[in-house]
Each structure stands twice: as C-alpha cells, then as structure tokens.
Ligand binder design. Structure first.
Ligand code: CP
Length: 324
C-alpha cells in the first residue's frame, strides 16, 4: 500500500481537514480493512515506531481499537489511563505529555474531558504527532471517519462518490463531539444534514450562525426530522454532561425522541442506523432497532480498527514512503 503524503501533522479534528485529506484517510482505511481480515493480521508498516495511548476519560471502543491498530502495524504501543497514572497525584496534562514525549514516542493519542486538549498539546509538543481520540464536546475525528467508511461500504460507493444522502443526527447534539465531527465530515463529503432534538440540545447556532448558515436543517419533531432519512445517527444521551436541566426528564426525552421501529416508518425504507456507543438502550434507541437488521453498529466497531490503522499509518510515515 502506498500512502499519499498526509498534509496534516496531527489529527485534531475534521474541521481543519480538507476534502482531499478526508478522502485520503477513508481510502487508506478501506485498504486496511483487508489486513484485519487476514489470518495473520499484521504488517510491518510502523515497525520501530512508538505510540502512546493516553486516555484520561473512559473508553472501550476507541482505546481498544487504537491499541489493536498500532499492534497490527507492528508499532510498540502502550496505554495510560488516568487511574493508573500520576494524574491522580495532581500532575497536569502538559507535564504528563512532556514526560511521555521525553521517551521519544512518535504518536500520542489523547482522550480528555476538556474541549481543545489535543490542540493544546499539539501546540506545545515539538517532536510528537498528536491524535485526538475525543476531547470534551469538541471533536471525535476518527469516529466520524469510521462512520463515513461504514456508510461508504453500505452504499457500495467510494469515498469520493459518497454524497447526496440525507443524514439525520438525533439527540444530544449540544454535548456531542461525535455530532460535530460528523457535521464537518458530511459537509465536506456533500451529504445533507438534519439535526433533531429538543431546542435545548440542538441550539439554532448549528444552523443560523454556524459555519454553514442555511445548510443544516434543524427539526424539533422526530417525525419531521426523520422524513426521507437515508441514515439515522443516534447520539448517546450524555448523562455525565447534563449538569443543567436540558430536558424535563429522561422519560419525557424518550417519549419524544427514542428511535424505535415505529418512529422509523417515515424514514426511507432502506434507512440504516448508526450509534457511536455506548448505547443507553430504551432511552435514545430501542433494543429492537439497536440489534435490528438496519443497525450497522457492529460494522462501525469493526471499521474503527481500520480507520485508526490508516490514521496512525499516515501520521507515522509522513516523512517516508511506505509500502505494506
Ligand atoms: N464511540 C466511542 O468513542 O466509544 P468509547 O467511549 O467506548 O471509546
């Protein structure tokens, strides 16, 4: 596999990327899908490189898939979590990152509860590429990439042909880094975006004063929002980020916005469902839909490894041409 040279030095979000950058990441991801299907799931592409996964917020999918991705590329990978590190003794994020940089890693993958944490580190670390694995309410770029890869595969199109679809994002958009990264990605790819949820969780700034005035449709009624949807992205209700009363009660939210088979009757008959996980079954999505024939959730998780392999590969080989 030949990677086109990545023009980005870090992966901090989808917003700073160009359409060409996204296509490069998605095309390489698709090629890495094949590596994970082999009996021997390993290539020597990043042999001799060191990757540190610094996860200071909980994660199952992202952390496991970055570790697997690094190992399948033959890099040396280590994982650090908040509870097992000197963060618990009060060490700051920057001191932690500088300490790790002193051990000469090539890539630092960071998850942090603060929006902007990955950018903050990228501006201060001089020798290490930084990958954002989710920062507060800001961005989760590899999630949007794996969602797009999953949809390209489902619709049987290449990344450059993936456009014109009605993508409906439902739920707690306000607190969602997954939603923000997907909005940027589908804007660049050329899909139509509808955001659905209560006005407290889908502020009008996403439509009127945001980066794409008039381009994003907002609906506060689920029935109106789901009409003709080709894809429904169900967001996790972020119970840990609801410090203010954004909804009257979970029961009320579920009554109005839970994605059920009945609610999906107005969507396109072939409509498919994405959920980044972890799901609150029975709150934002019914178990029947989550596990049903429209659900691409397992495929999303599966593609997470390929997307993270492509990300690490492109950043880890920026300075040299590599073939697998
Ligand atoms: N989608 C996602 O980021 O899941 P994790 O929190 O389990 O990594």
């Amino acid at each position: 596999m030949i990677a086109g040279p990545a023009r980005f030095q870090h992966l901090l979000g989808i917003e700073p990327l160009s359409r060409e950058d996204i296509l490069l990441l998605l095309e390489n991801s698709q090629r890495f899908v094949e590596v994970s299907q082999r009996d021997l799931k390993k290539v020597p592409a990043l042999r001799g490189k060191t990757i540190i996964n610094l996860f200071l917020e909980p994660s199952t999918r992202t952390r496991a898939s970055f570790e697997i991705a690094g190992k399948r590329l033959s890099a040396d990978t280590i994982n650090i979590t908040a509870s097992g590190s000197s963060v618990t003794k009060g060490e700051t994020l920057l001191d932690t990152a500088r300490t790790l940089q002193a051990m000469n890693p090539d890539i630092l993958v960071v998850r942090h509860r603060s929006s902007g944490a990955a950018q903050f580190l990228s501006e201060r670390l001089t020798k290490t590429a930084v990958v954002n694995a989710g920062d507060g309410m800001h961005e989760h770029p590899t999630q949007a990439l794996l969602d797009s890869l999953t949809l390209c595969q489902h619709f049987g199109v290449s990344a450059s042909e993936f456009n014109g679809k009605n993508i409906c994002i439902v739920g707690d958009v306000r607190h969602s880094r997954v939603a923000r990264s997907n909005i940027w990605a589908h804007h660049l790819l050329g899909n139509r975006i509808t955001l659905v949820g209560p006005s407290t969780l889908v502020p009008r700034e996403f439509s009127d004063q945001g980066a794409f005035p008039g381009e994003i449709r907002i609906a506060h009624s689920l029935r109106e929002g789901l009409e003709s949807a080709d894809v429904v992205m169900v967001l996790r209700m972020q119970l840990e980020r609801q410090s203010d009363n954004f909804i009257p009660s979970l029961e009320e939210y579920t009554r109005q916005y839970c994605i059920t088979e009945e609610a999906l009757r107005v969507a396109s008959p072939d409509c498919v469902i994405l959920h980044p996980g972890p799901a609150n079954r029975g709150i934002e999505i019914s178990s029947a839909v989550y596990e049903g024939s429209r659900s691409l959730v397992e495929k999303q998780v599966n593609n997470g490894v390929a997307v993270r392999m492509a990300t690490l590969f492109l950043l880890g080989t920026r300075s040299r041409k590599e073939s697998l």
